[in-house]
Design a protein around this ligand. Structure first.
Ligand code: HEM
Length: 326
């Protein structure tokens, strides 16, 4: 398990002592520069996340299926459960008032699964199967270009990097989710699961809402308060828990492993590995005094080896975390 608090403490110390932080990334992008660039686009909001700023905390549990243990020896997949969960739903971007009805923005769900004895593992997902940049350097360039507000430069960036247009196009081709409970969530990166016999399987996480996918028309969105997801979920939870099927999409030889802007073909088989149940809202402080870290995985689950975006997320989140807790 990743020593997350050690990583956060180390990054804080580096910020305090002005040491440079060397990410284990495929390029030399500085995680602090990425957070500064997010702030340049969305504004710095003291005490708040640099990204996914608009959100709220929830709690629930995770129960694995019998199939899960055949794929991975991770305790929450091979054990019985229920495993307690703390989670956070959010809108993408660093706007603390990001409207819930914005079509070309991602919805997101991040969870800590409590494995007992102070251990936890995380999943940090968005409502699109792809990210907006292939590498940290490209994401930095994208953010800095958008921050310049120079329309010509912005147009030239997207013309030169068509893979960075795919996420927005994917979102624009779909209606606005009616609820945080009625959209799928994707882990985006490739993970390798290893079972007790040492067998390995490449997968991508996908959560499917048990309530089904439900959406709003553009006119329905216009009639909504910009902050409608929290009251909607509060009403929904008063009637009963919200559930998701947690699935592993099974990769095949030739599928892109290290490119978070690449889609896998639609016909890939998937296995349901468990049920995530969200039972109630939780104090935001429970989510804010901690950070959700996609690299916080346990034995039996490994992240991608050469995906620079995956590798830089943890150090970038640690910069945001240490700044918002100063
Ligand atoms: C280089 C690429 C990325 C950068 C620089 C970045 C940056 C950030 C930052 C600074 C935060 C706030 C962390 C905190 O204060 O706790 C954050 C949160 C988040 N990011 Fe990213 N991110 C990147 C890629 C991704 C990708 C690929 C995904 C999709 C799976 C993603 C999903 C999320 C989610 C769901 C949160 C919210 C977690 C929460 O609720 O606390 N990010 N990101």
């Amino acid at each position: 398990m990743l020593a997350r608090f050690a990583a956060v403490a180390a990054t804080s110390a580096m910020l305090v002592f002005g040491l440079s932080f060397s990410p284990v990334a495929a390029d030399d992008t500085d995680p602090e520069a990425l957070v500064n660039a997010l702030n340049a686009v969305f504004g710095a909001n003291p005490g708040k996340r640099a990204a996914h700023t608009h959100g709220f905390c929830v709690k629930g549990s995770f129960v694995p299926t019998d199939e899960a243990g055949k794929l991975s020896k991770a305790p929450h997949l091979s054990g019985k459960g229920p495993w307690p969960v703390v989670g956070r739903f959010s809108m993408g971007g660093g706007d603390p008032a990001a409207p819930n009805g914005q079509k070309d923005n991602v919805r997101a769900l991040a969870i800590h699964i409590d494995l007992g004895q102070g251990n936890q593992t995380d999943m940090v997902m968005i409502s699109a199967p792809i990210f907006a940049a292939k590498t940290p350097a490209k994401f930095l360039e994208l953010l800095q270009t958008v921050a310049s507000k120079d329309k010509e430069k912005i147009g030239a960036f997207f013309a030169a990097n068509p893979e960075s247009t795919r996420q927005k196009a994917w979102l624009n081709a779909r209606p606005v989710p009616a609820s945080y409970a009625t959209t799928p969530y994707f882990g985006v990166h490739t993970f390798t699961l290893t079972n007790a016999a040492g067998e390995k399987q490449i997968i991508k996480w996908k959560l499917l809402p048990k309530a089904g996918e439900a959406s709003l028309t553009d006119d329905e969105v216009k009639a909504k308060d910009p902050d409608f997801y929290k009251p909607e979920l509060t009403d929904r939870l008063a009637k009963g828990p919200v559930e998701f099927d947690v699935t592993s999409i099974l990769g095949q030889p030739g599928d892109a492993l290290d490119d978070p802007t690449a889609l896998w073909p639609d016909d890939r088989k998937s296995v349901t590995v468990g049920t995530l149940t969200i039972s109630a809202l939780e104090d935001d402080a429970t989510c804010d005094t901690n950070m959700f870290d996609p690299t916080n995985v346990v034995e039996g689950i490994e992240g991608p080896e050469n995906d620079g975006i995956f590798k830089i997320r943890s150090p970038a989140y640690a910069v945001s975390f240490s700044r918002r807790n100063q």
